[in-house]
Design a protein around this ligand. Structure first.
Ligand code: SF4
Length: 463
């Protein structure tokens, strides 16, 4: 998780970044921060605080961020990784200038690099993997800033989208597998904006220019894109995260060549073909399953109804750091609509099933509200493996589908029937041009090497 934004070549860089972060709030709710560089004074500035974007970045804080260049971050953190010291942007000074860095993804050799750097005498200020990137840049022997950044990035393994300013120059990089998204847009008022999702471009009326390509490093100065040599690693089959399409990205975002809403509808239609259900109504688990439920309803010709109402003033349960907080929020987050559900055979469509705790509580809630039968359909395959590339599902033990048959999961959830979309069905829905994806949390097929795990070091998903 996490969301990143940068603005270059616009005097309202901080305010525009704020708006971009605001539209990426679904990617993290723990902390928000913006760093700017003011070329007029040669000084860098940073504000960061715990909480939602609008709480963390108050008008007073934004007023402290002059300059034409900004990098910005919203943070999702795992248990133990929270705290302001781990909020981004990271800001340091080194011989090349003032550095501000934001990172979305998860490095799979972060602890290996960290151990090496600690042995060489490096002092770390945080526990996040992103800080190793700054140390590697500062310690590079290359004689240009471009070279130092390329040198640092070439030592990384795993998933990263990085936005990095060195004085008045902005750099953007995406790992060779392209796990996480990063797009470039042109601002109508001048300059460029880069962001994790296109919805952050829409809010500032920016026009999509293009994606930052997997394995690409670009330099932006004064709003102009300049090419820097590609990262030395090349991957024949990029591995963008299919779970972004399934769950994480906003439905209006354009991602991996598809509008997320359209992709989810296609998952729902295919699910109805593969796993038909005997129902009177189809309902979604709002909001992330809305599109898939509409697709299921279209293909099955079972009417779509609003059987669950979501309270939007509670955060997404899946991204709550502690289990206690998650259980508590489930009951606060959804309300059943008795008039819709009473006496009905209800087909509930959800996007995915990770821990199962939310679904189990929801099924009990639907039965209490009068549903005569509950048939659960998941618009993705069983999640059986943890993600090491930036999504928080840290252990196999926490995944309800790991080591259980579909019938055992059905019993645990208390549903009348349970059906998952097949792995082939999922990928075929979004492979019109032969695209390849990471599906490791469904299949266990990890492509980027899990270096820390091979070294016996802990592997945590930081962001
Ligand atoms: S393991 Fe799953 S969540 Fe992680 S990058 Fe791959 S598809 Fe995405």
């Amino acid at each position: 998780m996490c969301g990143i934004v940068a603005v270059s070549g616009n005097p309202e860089a901080a305010q525009l970044s704020f708006l971009g972060l605001y539209s990426l709030q679904h990617r993290g709710q723990e902390a928000a921060g913006i760093a700017t560089f003011d070329a007029a004074t040669g000084r860098s500035h940073r504000e960061r605080e715990a909480g939602l974007v609008s709480d963390a970045l108050t008008p007073e804080r934004l007023a402290n961020l002059p300059g034409d260049l900004a990098v910005a971050h919203i943070r999702y953190s795992t248990a133990g990784g929270a705290g302001l010291k781990n909020a981004q942007p990271i800001r340091e000074h080194y011989r090349g200038g003032a550095v501000a860095l934001v990172h979305n993804g998860n490095l799979t050799n972060a602890n290996t690099l960290r151990e090496r750097l600690l042995n060489e005498g490096a002092l770390f200020q945080s526990t996040i993997d992103s800080e190793v990137i700054v140390h590697l840049i500062a310690r590079s022997r290359a004689d240009s800033v471009d070279g130092q950044i390329g040198d640092a990035l070439s030592q990384l393994e795993g998933a990263y989208c990085v936005l990095l300013s060195v004085d008045d120059v902005l750099y953007a990089a995406r790992d060779p597998y392209g796990y996480r998204p990063l797009v470039i847009g042109a601002l109508p008022s001048g300059g460029l904006v880069l962001a994790s999702e296109t919805c952050a471009l829409d809010i500032v009326r920016a026009k999509l220019v293009r994606d930052v390509e997997p394995g690409e490093l670009i330099r932006i100065r004064g709003g102009e894109i300049e090419s820097v040599a590609c990262l030395p690693k090349f991957v024949a089959e990029p591995q963008p995260c299919i779970f972004e399409l399934v769950y994480f990205a906003r439905p209006d975002t354009h991602l991996w060549g598809y509008t997320v809403d359209r992709a989810r509808r296609a998952f729902g239609r295919r699910l109805a073909e593969e796993q038909p259900a005997p129902g009177d109504i189809v309902i979604s688990v709002p909001d992330s399953a809305n599109s898939a439920a509409v697709g299921f309803s279209e293909a099955s010709r079972i009417p779509f109804e609003l059987g669950l109402i979501r309270n939007h003033y509670v955060g997404r349960t899946f991204i709550t750091p502690t289990q206690a907080g998650r259980d508590f929020k489930v009951r606060m987050k959804f309300s059943p609509v008795r008039e819709v559900l009473e006496g009905k055979r209800v087909v509930v469509v959800d996007d995915s099933l990770v821990r199962g705790t939310t679904s189990r509580a929801l099924v009990a809630m639907l039965r209490e509200a009068g549903a005569s039968e509950v048939h659960l359909r998941l618009a993705s395959p069983p999640v059986r493996w943890p993600c090491f590339y930036g999504i928080d599902m840290p252990t196999r033990e926490e995944l309800v589908a790991a080591g259980k048959s579909v019938d055992e999961i059905r019993g645990y959830l208390g549903v009348d029937s349970l059906g998952y979309l097949s792995p082939e069905g999922m990928t075929e829905c979004v492979s019109e041009k032969g695209e390849t994806y990471c599906t490791a949390c469904f299949t266990g097929d990890y492509r980027a090497p899990l270096v820390d795990r091979e070294q016996g070091l802990p592997m945590e998903s930081h962001c």
